[in-house]
Design a protein around this ligand. Structure first.
Ligand SMILES: NC(=O)c1ccc[n+]([C@@H]2O[C@H](COP(=O)([O-])OP(=O)(O)OC[C@H]3O[C@@H](n4cnc5c(N)ncnc54)[C@H](OP(=O)(O)O)[C@@H]3O)[C@@H](O)[C@H]2O)c1
Length: 352
C-alpha cells in the first residue's frame, strides 16, 4: 500500500505505509526517515523499473550496478575498491559533470541502477585555491553537480552525492563543547570560504531533487596514514595546528554505509560523520600513543591560523541522530578511529 503524490513533471513520490507492510527486501529494512522515489522516466531503457520492483516487496530482478564519478579522486577511488571487495558491478563515469551530453552518454552506456558523485573540485593544495578559481569552482561544484542531479532525475536514478558538512560554524544555539549539533534541516551559517559558500548553495538547490541523497562529509579520515588528503596525515605534517573539537568522517566505516544507503534508496540530507566530536590534540595524542611515541606538535590560535590561510575554515559539530537511527551500529568518532585507523596501524606495544 503506497500513497501517491503526483509531481508536476515526470516523477511520482511514493511514501511507504508502515514498514511492516512494505518491506522492499527482507534484508533491507525501511527506515522511518526514508522517502521512496519512483520515477516515470522519459527514457525507454530506464533501469528504474528494476529499482521500483525492489521497493515493492519483490526481489530486485536486476543486480546493483553503480556509476561512479571521481575515478581519480580519493573518495571515488576508495568507492571503486569497496565495490570490488563487495562484488558489486561498477563503472567510472568518463563524462565531465558540467557537460550534460557526456553524462547522458555514460548512463546510456552503463545503464546503472544508482549513481555516486565523488567528483568536484576541492582545491590543491587546499580549499584556498577556490578563492582564486571561482569560475572553475562554480563550473564543477555548482553547474556540474546540479547537471548530474538533473540528468539522474530524468533517468529515474538515485544519486548519492558526497557533499560537505563544512557549511556550519559554532554559534550561540550550537556552542563549541555543548554537544548540540547542527541537524539536517538546519540552514548553513558558514559562508566564510568560496568553496563552502557554493556547497551551501548547491545543497539548498538539491533539496528540490527528490532523487538525491546528500551526504555531509567532514574532515575525512582513512586508515591510509600515508595519504596526504587524510585529515590525520595533514595535521601531523603541519608546523602548527589549532585545537578545536569537530565532527569528522572515518571513511573506512562510512563509505560502506554510503553503499548500503544506495541499496536502500535513501534520499534527502544526512549528516555523514561519526557521532560526537574530537579535537586536533585528541587525535594527535592518539597518533603519539599508537604510532609514534616521539611525536610532538605545536598549537596556535585561530587568530594565528588566520594569518597563514586565505579563507576561514569551518568548525562545527553535526547531529548524527538521523544516520545513527538508520545505522545503529555506527561507532562514535573515538571508537571508530581506534577500530579502523589506529589499531590496524599500531606501531607501539599494547599496554596491559
Ligand atoms: N577531501 C575532503 O576533505 C572532503 C571533505 C568534505 C567533502 N568532500 C567532498 O567529497 C567529494 C570528493 O572529494 P575527494 O577528496 O575525493 O576529491 P578529490 O580527491 O579532489 O577528487 C575529485 C575528483 O573529481 C573529479 N572532477 C573534478 N572536476 C570534475 C568535473 N568537472 N567533472 C568530472 N569530474 C571532475 C576529479 O577528476 P579529474 O582529476 O579528472 O578532474 C577527481 O577524480 C568532493 O565533492 C568534496 O567536496 C571532500
Amino acid at each position: 500500500m503506497v500513497i501517491l503524490i503526483p509531481n508536476i513533471s515526470t516523477s511520482i513520490l511514493l511514501l511507504p505505509k508502515p514498514p511492516s507492510k512494505f518491506p522492499p527486501n527482507p534484508q533491507i529494512p525501511i527506515s522511518k526517515h526514508q522517502s521512496l522515489i519512483l520515477f516515470k522516466s522519459k527514457h525507454p531503457h530506464n533501469p528504474s523499473s528494476q529499482i521500483m520492483s525492489s521497493q515493492q516487496n519483490k526481489p530486485s530482478t536486476k543486480p546493483f550496478k553503480f556509476l561512479i564519478y571521481g575515478k581519480t579522486g580519493w573518495i571515488g577511488g576508495l568507492l571503486g575498491t569497496l565495490c570490488q571487495t563487495q562484488s558489486i558491478e561498477y563503472h567510472y563515469g568518463s563524462g565531465r559533470l558540467e557537460s550534460r551530453d557526456t553524462l547522458i552518454a555514460d548512463i546510456d552506456a552503463v545503464k546503472p541502477t544508482h549513481v555516486f558523485n565523488a567528483a568536484g573540485v576541492t582545491g590543491r593544495p587546499n580549499v584556498d585555491w577556490c578563492e582564486t578559481h571561482k569560475v572553475e569552482t562554480i563550473r564543477a561544484n555548482v553547474v556540474g553537480t546540479l547537471t548530474l542531479a538533473d540528468v539522474c532525475r530524468e533517468y529515474g536514478l538515485v544519486l548519492v552525492n558526497f557533499a560537505t558538512g563544512c557549511i556550519f560554524e559554532y554559534d550561540l544555539e550550537h556552542p563549541l563543547g555543548s554537544g548540540v549539533g547542527f541537524k539536517e534541516e538546519d540552514s548553513p551559517n558558514f559562508v566564510g570560504s568560496f568553496y563552502s559558500k557554493t556547497k551551501a548553495m548547491v545543497e539548498d538547490l538539491l533539496k528540490s531533487y527528490e532523487n538525491v541523497c546528500t551526504l555531509r562529509v567532514r574532515m575525512p579520515i582513512s586508515s591510509d596514514l600515508t595519504n596526504p588528503r587524510n585529515f590525520i596525515t595533514k595535521i601531523t605534517r603541519y608546523e602548527k595546528v589549532v585545537d578545536i573539537p569537530n565532527s569528522m568522517t572515518v571513511l573506512d566505516e562510512l563509505l560502506p554505509i554510503s553503499i548500503e544507503m544506495a541499496k536502500r534508496n535513501l534520499t534527502g540530507i544526512y549528516n555523514f560523520t561519526n557521532p560526537g566530536c574530537i579535537s586536533h590534540n585528541q587525535i594527535l595524542e592518539m597518533y603519539r600513543d599508537y604510532i609514534d611515541p616521539k611525536f610532538t606538535w605545536k598549537n596556535f590560535t585561530l587568530d594565528e591560523q588566520a594569518k597563514v590561510i586565505i579563507a576561514p575554515r569551518s568548525n562545527n559539530e553535526l547531529d548524527t541522530t538521523k544516520l545513527k537511527t538508520e545505522f545503529p551500529e555506527l561507532l562514535s568518532i573515538k571508537d571508530s578511529l581506534i577500530k579502523y585507523v589506529f589499531e590496524p596501524n599500531r606501531k607501539t606495544p599494547k599496554t596491559a
